[in-house]
Design a protein around this ligand. Structure first.
Ligand code: MN
Length: 293
């Protein structure tokens, strides 16, 4: 099942090339603030499931091409992100001689600002900071269903609602990682949530990122250092996971710069594909970017 947000906070189920409206099941009107309709649908999913399945074949359907898709979880409680979670990426970042404290198994995770979320129809805006590169990181997003604290890895699968494509955009440099990764639009997620049952084995998911048609990153989740259930266990050992929380699972090798005019495509087997424009940001950079670290 594919669940999407569209047209100003509406929620729908996507089948083939059509979308059926589910907004009225979510308990909050489309366009209300904060945009929590998808959170409600995820939290109440088991109760709503029979009606959602009934609507998959409903009459009132619209062609997918006639709607504007938005980021599926617009207002999560948090975005948990795992750095240094593929060995080949650690090596390309110049930390080749890694011992475990420098990879995700010993370093843990960070948070990315929720306000950096954007959707499949939104451009990535690259800030114009002299001497700096803005990089793409191709990542599988886990969407949490049932929340919880101290979830053992052996039980983690039951807490996964689904998956999405996520680009962890970052300005490379010396500043705090959260700041470099939290510009508006630096966290494209979409094009929808593919529910957990759409993916046969979360230890075997292919992901790929292309820039202007050329493959930059290609990987499989079997190469994760901290794997999918272990990430849920680690995150929930610190914080209570909530329905709709997003986990960015880390990027494989092949990160590189994006510049205005580029087209970025992210594709994850069994999940979906997004084709994103890269544009210039028109804000003036703050002097912090030019101070020594
Ligand atoms: Mn990342």
């Amino acid at each position: 099942m594919r669940l999407a947000a569209y047209d100003g906070g509406r929620i729908g189920i996507v089948t083939d090339e059509v979308i059926v409206d589910l907004t009225d099941l979510c308990g909050t009107p489309a366009g209300s603030w904060p945009p929590i309709s998808m959170l409600r649908l995820i939290a109440d999913f088991e109760t709503l499931r029979p009606e959602i399945e009934r609507r998959e074949t409903a009459e009132e359907r619209r062609p997918l091409s006639g709607v504007r898709l938005e980021t599926p979880v617009a207002w999560p409680n948090k975005i948990v992100a795992f750095p240094a979670n593929y060995q080949a990426h650690i090596e390309e970042m110049g930390d080749g001689n890694v011992i475990s404290r420098f990879n995700a198994s010993g370093q843990g995770f960070f948070l990315k600002a929720n306000s950096s979320l954007s959707g499949p129809s939104d451009p990535i805006r690259v800030p114009n900071i002299e001497g700096r590169e803005t990089h793409h990181e191709c990542e599988l997003a886990i969407i949490i269903g049932r929340g919880g604290r101290a979830i053992p890895a052996s039980d983690a699968a039951r807490h996964i609602f689904g998956y999405s494509c996520l680009v962890d955009v970052v300005v490379r440099g010396k500043e705090e990682r959260v700041m470099r990764k939290s510009f508006d639009g630096f966290c494209p997620v979409g094009p929808w949530i593919a529910t957990a049952d759409e993916v046969e084995d979360f230890h075997d998911i292919n992901l790929q990122l292309r820039v202007n048609g050329a493959v930059r990153q290609r990987a499989n989740t079997r190469d994760l250092i901290v794997n999918v259930p272990q990430m849920i266990a680690m995150a929930s050992s610190v914080m209570t996971l909530m329905p709709g929380d997003i986990i960015a699972t880390g990027t494989p090798a092949g990160v590189g710069p994006i510049v205005p005019g580029d087209r970025l495509e992210i594709e994850i087997d069994g999940v979906g594909r997004m084709d994103l424009a890269v544009l210039a940001d028109h804000h003036d950079p703050h002097p912090v970017w030019h101070k020594p670290g």
